[in-house]
Write a protein that binds this ligand. Structure first.
Ligand code: FAD
Length: 389
């Protein structure tokens, strides 16, 4: 490790790895710091992505695909099952391999990737971020960087250290738990999503098949409800009912910031990317593709800014603007929809499921589902219009 780089990226997840790759490809000297011992581990993710989304950000490798998904089964609180087989294919990834390969790609572009490198703070000069304080293999170091990119995930502290407002209200963080189960009966090509106050209040439960007789089974519930009953209890109750005798291969917990992107994601000498910037889709909780999209833009803008010798908030805001154009709008709309969905009662959801049963399965695309649920249901139209006006 040298004492100085053009760009220092904190966090070796998909957002950080892409930011590092694109900055290095633009000619910047780049250091990527990951606190864990190995890139890609632990996996705190259900590993689902849409094929089109993934192809938008990377050339897909076969070894990443644990399972190709061709349909979805939505289960309402009263057990009404709505099957949907849109044209869109999905993938369940092996994120361990995926994250690892993204870091390899960053390294091949010229990034120096260092694991077991724990960033503890920033160095600043007159309000401008000038580098990081970190420990590596027990040794404390200060490394200078013209731009620091905070891609340190949902528990990000980098932005806060630089004075950005990164707090997410407790009720807006989805508290998630997940088990990878083996020896279970699931349709390998179909994901299941279960809704209802008794199953996952303010969120949903997912079954994402991961190869034969194996699946990621997890749920996210709104922070408001997780105080009353722990998400793990909801999950255990479901698993005991649906998959008695299953082997539990892994168990993880994590948060998803189900909010729109932070208002300010850059400051002098600093940018935030991915979960750290709250770029997750607030409705689905999916954040892999968004983190990579944002990382690509941030890496490029950072390298250009360094080359021009201007790392001011104004210059780095080119990233904020481009992100708003690329995905910021979807992110805001998803948040609004999430707020409406969060207010639906179990009875509303049951009714919506029955409406959807009238639409032929091959036509139950996301748009149709939206229309069927929101436009044929007078109470929901009022709710939706309140949010959009
Ligand atoms: P991360 O992948 O979280 O990477 C951040 C990295 O920064 C980590 O490796 C961390 O170790 C490192 N780090 C943190 N602090 C420091 C520090 N101080 N010093 C050095 N390194 C540091 N998204 C989907 O698209 N599909 C899904 O199916 C899906 N399921 C999910 C299920 C669960 C239970 C959870 C919790 C999330 C899920 N997500 C899903 C969201 C997805 O995992 C994230 O949006 C995505 O990982 C964000 O990428 P990132 O690079 O921003 O952050």
């Amino acid at each position: 490790m040298k004492d100085r780089y053009d760009v220092i990226v904190v966090g070796g997840g998909p957002g950080g790895a892409r930011a590092a790759k694109h900055a290095a490809e633009k000619g910047a000297s780049v250091l990527l710091l990951e606190k864990d011992r190995e890139i890609g581990i632990p996996v705190r993710c259900a590993e689902g992505v849409s094929e089109s989304g993934l192809r938008r950000v990377v050339e897909v490798k076969d070894r990443w695909i644990a399972q190709v998904i061709k349909g979805a089964r939505l289960v309402s609180p009263d057990g009404t099952v709505v099957e949907s087989y849109p044209d869109e294919v999905g993938f369940i990834l092996h994120r361990k391999l995926f994250d690892y390969d993204l870091a390899v790609a960053a390294s091949q572009a010229g990034t120096e990737v260092v694991t077991k490198a724990y960033v503890q703070g920033l160095t600043m000069d007159d309000g401008v971020v000038t580098g990081v304080r970190m420990t590596h293999m027990g040794r404390a170091r200060r490394i200078s960087g013209s731009v620091v990119i905070g891609a340190d995930g949902v528990e990000s502290r980098v932005g806060r250290w630089a004075g950005l407002e990164t707090r997410t209200p407790f009720g807006e963080v989805e508290t998630c738990v997940q088990m990878t189960l083996a020896g279970i009966d699931v349709d390998p090509e179909v994901v299941e999503l279960h809704f209802g106050r008794q199953i996952a209040p303010g969120g949903y439960l997912w079954i994402f098949p991961k190869g034969r007789r194996t699946a990621n089974v997890g749920l996210g519930i709104s922070g408001v409800y997780s105080r009353e009953k722990k998400p793990l209890i909801y999950l255990k109750e479901f698993v005991e009912r649906r998959f008695p005798g299953a082997s539990v291969l892994t168990m993880i917990a994590g948060g998803v910031p189900a909010v729109p992107t932070l208002k300010k994601i850059v400051t002098d000498g600093l940018m935030l990317v991915g979960d750290a910037a709250r770029q997750v889709d607030p409705l689905t909780g999916g954040g892999i593709v968004n983190a990579m999209l944002a990382g690509r833009i941030a890496g490029r803008v950072a390298a250009e800014a360094v080359q021009e010798g201007d790392v001011s908030t104004r210059r780095l805001s080119a990233y904020t603007k481009e992100w708003s154009k690329v995905d910021g709008k979807n992110n805001k709309i998803s948040y609004k929809i999430k707020k409406v969905v969060g207010r639906l009662s179990d009875e509303d959801l049951n009714r919506a499921a029955r409406v959807l049963l009238d639409v032929p399965p091959e036509k139950r695309t996301a748009l149709r589902v939206f229309k069927a649920v929101f436009l044929r249901h007078p109470k929901l139209i009022v709710e939706v219009s309140k949010l959009f006006v």
